[in-house]
Ligand binder design. Structure first.
Ligand code: HEC
Length: 107
């Protein structure tokens, strides 16, 4: 019993370190971390506070696409000062969690 849970724990750690699949993200944690994003990206029933802005909808987007996009903003491979500032603050785990949260939402 104990040996088995240790093995599973080790497997989980390996998956977490490989850091590719968004499925490792914790959508519950992502929901809390995504509050700052909601002011612009919104969810059903929300409206952008600044209608002058065109903001892409990210709820329901594929998780791996979201992870890739955030890492590109973070690295400056996608040029957008606002999203660069947003992504800069995020750890890899934050990105996974947030992606899992948005990917879970229905279009
Ligand atoms: C101040 C407004 C604002 C905030 C806050 C914000 N974003 Fe964005 N986001 C934008 C805008 C504007 C774009 C479009 C940028 C572009 O054209 O590349 C964008 C683009 C994106 C994209 C790319 C979407 C696509 O279809 O390619 C992702 C992913 C994203 N944001 C995630 C987030 C996450 C996660 C957060 C919270 C950590 C966040 N954003 C916070 C304004 C914002």
């Amino acid at each position: 019993m104990r040996a088995k849970s240790l093995m599973l724990g080790g497997l989980g750690l390996m998956l977490a370190l490989s850091g590719t699949a968004y499925a490792q993200g914790d959508a519950e944690a992502g929901e809390r971390k995504a509050t700052a994003c909601m002011g612009c990206h919104g969810v059903d029933g929300y409206r952008n506070a600044y209608p002058a802005y065109r903001v892409p909808r990210i709820g329901g987007q594929h998780g791996d696409y979201l992870v890739a996009a955030l890492k590109q903003y973070q690295a400056g491979e996608r040029a957008h000062s606002t999203m660069h500032a947003q992504a800069e603050e995020l750890s890899d785990q934050d990105i996974q969690d947030i992606a899992a949260y948005f990917a879970r939402q229905k279009q």
